[in-house]
Design a protein around this ligand. Structure first.
Ligand code: NDP
Length: 246
């Protein structure tokens, strides 16, 4: 398959699993993160179709140049997965303005800036494209102690719909995956020292276990593929039934 994908945060957790699915299907995949060692290890593991690029996506002013360089180097961009994100678990009244802005800048502003630049490249090509955003159940639930994260993930779902209506007529599909509770370092930090929260998660997950990053990888591969060619603007829960569990 002669496609080029970008997966932000592709060096770990869910992004790594998405990258693995893409690469195994023959999609050349650029992974973006801040930790060069982690990115290089991922390339070593996945092989030459995985292309590491070390960049801090909160440096918004450099994003146009980053995308121009990728366009020059690879000639096309077919798929963008906006997966990179950070969380902060803290009492509502303890969160500072700086902390709130940092989450919004990483989880929202960088997605906007990167998508805007990548979409310009996609619009220049007759092949169109697919953008996949990663939100969270925190966009829909009232989860305590994650005020900035919840705001950011709700924003991602709103942006998905706004982008989809504007870009789908131009051949670019925009969708979102809302992962439930997936076993990664991020969820371990949120759940491992909080047995009450972990018990709550498990009790309302009909499938009875956390998801794996590969479960999200499968969904992303589907949404990136022609099998999803009439799907745009959706928020797909991949959550073992957590969102409908009682
Ligand atoms: P990880 O912490 O493993 O991955 C987050 C990735 O984002 C890292 O690879 C990190 O790379 C990258 N990243 C963070 N900040 C930046 C930045 N400024 N610039 C570039 N890259 C950055 O978490 P997960 O795999 O669990 O999470 C992936 C996505 O899935 C996130 O958006 C998260 O909110 C979402 N999600 C996760 C759930 C879960 O249960 N795990 C549930 C719901 C949603 P580096 O360190 O190299 O910068």
């Amino acid at each position: 398959m002669n496609k080029l994908a970008i997966v932000t945060g592709g060096g770990s957790g869910i992004g790594l699993a998405i990258t693995e699915k893409f690469v195994r299907t023959g999609i050349r995949t650029v992974i973006i993160g801040r930790d060069k060692k982690k990115l290089d290890e991922t390339q070593h593991r996945l092989g030459a179709l995985c292309e590491p690029v070390c960049y801090d996506l909160t440096c918004l002013s450099g994003i146009p140049r980053l995308v121009q360089d990728l366009h020059k180097r690879f000639g096309q961009i077919d798929v963008l997965v906006n997966n990179a994100g950070i969380n902060l678990k803290k009492e509502f009244t303890e969160v500072t303005d700086e902390e709130f802005q940092k989450i919004l800048r990483t989880n929202v502003s960088s997605i906007f800036a990167l998508s805007r630049e990548v979409v310009k490249v996609m619009l220049d090509s007759s092949a169109g494209g697919a953008v996949i955003n990663i939100s969270s159940m925190a966009s829909q639930y009232g989860i305590p102690k994650v005020i900035a994260y919840s705001a950011s993930k709700a924003a991602i779902e709103g942006m998905t719909r706004a982008m989809a209506v504007e870009l789908s007529p131009k051949g670019i599909r925009v969708n979102c995956i809302a992962p439930g509770f997936i076993a990664t370092d991020m969820s371990a930090k949120a759940l491992n020292n909080d047995p009450e929260r972990k018990q709550k998660v498990m009790s309302r997950t009909p499938m009875g276990h956390l998801g794996t990053p590969a479960n999200i990888g499968d969904a992303a591969l589907f949404l990136a593929s022609d099998a999803a060619k009439y799907i745009t603007g959706i928020v797909l829960p991949v959550d073992g039934g957590n969102s409908i569990g009682f």
